[in-house]
Every structure is written in structure tokens, then in C-alpha cells.
Design a protein around this ligand. Sequence first.
Ligand code: NIG
Ligand code: FE
Length: 405
Amino acid sequence: MTIKIFRNFSEIATLSSAHHKNGRRLNHDDLGLIKNGSIVFNQEKILWVGEDRNIPEDYLRKGHAEIDVSGKVCVPEIVDSHTHLVFGGDRSHEYTMRLNGASYEEIANSGGGILNTTKGTNALTRNELLKSAQQRVKTIRSYGVGTIEVKSGYGLSFEKEYELSHIIHDLKNIVRPDVQIINTFMAAHAVPITSPNSYQYMKEVVLPLLDKLGEEQILDCVDIFHEQNYFSHDDVVSLFERAQRWNIRVKIHADEFNDNKGAILAVKHSALSADHLLQTKEDGIIALANSETVATLLPGTGLFLGKPQANARAMLDAGVRVSIASDFNPGSSHCDNLILIASISAPMYKMSQSEMWCAITLNAAHAVGLKNQGAIVEGLKPRFSIFKTDSIDRITYNWGKNLAN
Ligand code: NIG
Ligand code: FE
């Protein structure tokens, strides 16, 4: 197997001790910074990392491909663990409506929101949706993000949701191995007008479709919007139990508008992540801290909707594994740039530098079930993000500026 050597990064943030601490209770030096660092790796794994002057002689003598990366910074691959990037239509006017005083819930109740994008999505063909999603992935990749979780959920019928899951599957095959796509089934995103209630929609569309896709083995995760006027506690349980039958890991949109104990439900079902958590109270935080479930915070959504933010500091102090994702979608967070979101939200959340980087690399990888990446440590997968700057500080200090290699 071909061996390559990256020689002389100005800085490498290895996150090695963060990895050993399972991404919790981090100190400032858990960034694991190496100056003038090099990495030896093959296609499958990292073989060695350390200061360039300490590279084992053996690797240098054998004439492996050496790549000069001086003046650049390397971090574990950045992972956007929560996006809804397959959609049609446009909701810019809803943003204006919110500026002019309407709430997200009011807009959704009057036919806007997810149901509005469902119309726009159903108006496009499979190929049109694939092409626009591919373009979005390309843009996200240009910021240095290498793994992207993509949810279905704007079709809201058996046929269109089936198509959306297959579009994500096609996308995955087109962009790999440069970009890894995680295919998440989220037909339980909203109740379509054609169903009288969430129970009927689950029974007639979501669960049978999960069985069909489960048999085809194209899904990585399932997700559900657990919220008033969307999906109930019982709907969540029925989805999670069915996913378990197919050995598919579960995720949940939890406690966004109300503290409906979604975080606790997530822990009970060993979910990979509970996402949003704007309203999660102490009981939910304690449950998360005593679990493997990642708390995925989506600060772009709170900012864009003008809502209060999740209590990130309390979660971090309690020992919760915290991640940050973009929630890129046409309604509540129309921002595809996770690094920009991390730059803005870390000071707002009172996160340290190591907590911020861990939230978009190691813990984000864990949130999508990838336990073999997220740190630059011998034996892990060689997935990195590289930036054209000589100091890690500058990447997020220059908020909104793209420094990706
Ligand atoms: O994560 N909360 C549910 N889904 C999205 C919003 C989707 C939309 O408004 O189109 C979210 O914020
Ligand atoms: Fe979401």
C-alpha cells in the first residue's frame, strides 16, 4: 500500500488527548498542538505523527512520496454532522417575514416552513435534485469539510422520500472518497397535508418505507423531528424500534421549541446524537452526560430564528460530548459554512479553542457513528482538513474568510 508523508506543517492540531478523553472535559492543551509537524500515512490509516525532526529514519529512506506542507495547518477532518441539503424551492421571503415580526412557528402553521419546501422539492426531478445537492456538497467541501451528513425529509410521500434517500445514496457514490456522505432517513420531518395526523403518516408511509430502504441497505441513520405539531413521543419510539430491527443508528431533533424530554428519550434509545437542545433542562443534560449520545448544537438555527441558544457551557461542564453542526436547510439555517458558524458560536457558548475544534471534528464524527476518525493519532483513518495559514488561531479568527487549502 502506498505510503505518503506530509512534511512540515506549521501546526498540527492532533486532538490526541481529546480522543483519549472521549471528547469530554477538555483542557486548553487537549488541542494537542505540534509545531513543524509531519504525518506518515497510507490509504487506510495514520502510521506516525510528530515533529518533522523526529520522523523515523526508515520512512525517509524508502523513497515514499513526500508532500511539502510548510506554512499550512492540519486538523482532523471537519465533519458537518447535520444538514438538510437536498431540497428545491426558495424560502428567502420567510426570512423577511421573520424580520417583520412573524415567528418560525407562525409561518409554518400558515403553510410555509417545511411544507413550503416540500412543494419546491416535489416540483424537481430526481436528476435536478441530485445536481443541486452535488453543487451544495462542492461548496461545503471548498470550506475544508470532508464528511457531511445529509438528511432526506422534504418529499413527505412514499415515492418522493424513496427517491430522496436514493439521491443521497447516488451522491455518496459520486463524491467518495474525497467526501464521505452519511445517508440519514428523515421522512418523519413533518406531517404532509395528505395525512390526518402523525400516527397515520408513520404507519402508512414512514415505517413501511424504512422497511424497504432497510432491506436495500442504503441507510446509515434515521432521524425524526420530535416537536409539538410534528412527531410525538410514541412516533419516536415506533421509529427507533423499527430502525433497531434493521440495525440502523438513530438521531433526533430534540427540545428545539419545547423541553419535551427529547434528550432523555435519545439517551434511552442509545441515539448517536440529540440535536438542537435549545430548551433542554438539567435532567436532559445529566442524562446526556452519562451516555454516549452526542449533544449536537446548531447555533446557526437559534441565530437565524432569533431564538435563545442551547446551554452549551452547562453541558460541557457536566461532561456531555458536545458537537456543533450547520443544520444547513432552506428555512431555519440557510448557512452552509460550518467553520463560520463555529467561529461565531464558540465565544457565544463560552467554549475554549479545544472544545470548539473538538466539536466540529472528533465529536462530530462520533455523532455520525464514525469512531475511527476525528483525531490525528496512529491507527485512525487518515482524514484531515488543511488550511492555507501558519496558525490555527487564524482559521476561526478570520470569521467568514475561507482559508481552506
Ligand atoms: O433542523 N427542525 C426541523 N428541521 C429543520 C428545519 C427545516 C426547515 O425549516 O425547512 C431544522 O431546523
Ligand atoms: Fe435539522
